[in-house]
Ligand binder design. Sequence first.
Ligand code: ZN
Length: 241
Amino acid sequence: MYYAVLSDVHANLEALEAVLRDADKRKIEDILFLGDAVGYGPDPNECVELLERRCKILIAGNHDWGVTGLTDLNYFNEYARYALEWTMRVITDAHRKLLRSLPAAKEGKDDDMLLVHSTPREPEKWHYILTLRDAEMNFDYFDNTFCFLGHSHQPFIIEKVPSGELLEYTETARIKKSSRYIINAGSVGQPRDGDARASYIVIGNSEVEIVRIPYNIEAVQEKMRKEYLPYPLIERLSTGR
Ligand code: ZN
């Protein structure tokens, strides 16, 4: 078992390429994607194409379904909605069709894992896991050893030990056979935990790690300005908020 787990690329090609370069350096072949290929950023087609080419499993996020009409645009705030309407104008039919075909949850049977974008409890409702209490409740809605998710753009590793106690890690954790885990991969293309670097997860047989990768933020911001994407979406990439 040796995986890279990516989420929330949000049409940020520079960040996606930087993360894939790092995964390649580590010789990771199996890449899993947890949804939100598009929305916010300036390169939806390039990101969908690259993710489709490189990832073993892809699932959908709320922005992916927003672009295809499966999630109502009224669900989104005004900046997200504006960027999605822009995305709908530029995305190719083939890519829209591909996004429409992606499920909101998928099990990786070989390695005892569940992949969702939002929560195992209701993957298609786009709720968030923001607190240990949210996580505690969600452990009852899957029976795999690992649940990987994204959506909040804030990475974490939460371990449930056999006694039921929850432990939280912010960088790395050793994997114990008797424990179960909810792991948030953070966001490749729009981190919101105060660290502007791209975030993704590397998981091997005995350890899981939250990896942070710097990328050319200014190049992405310049493309966003050219497309007149909303200023707050451009600015937040610099602060990781
Ligand atoms: Zn997202």
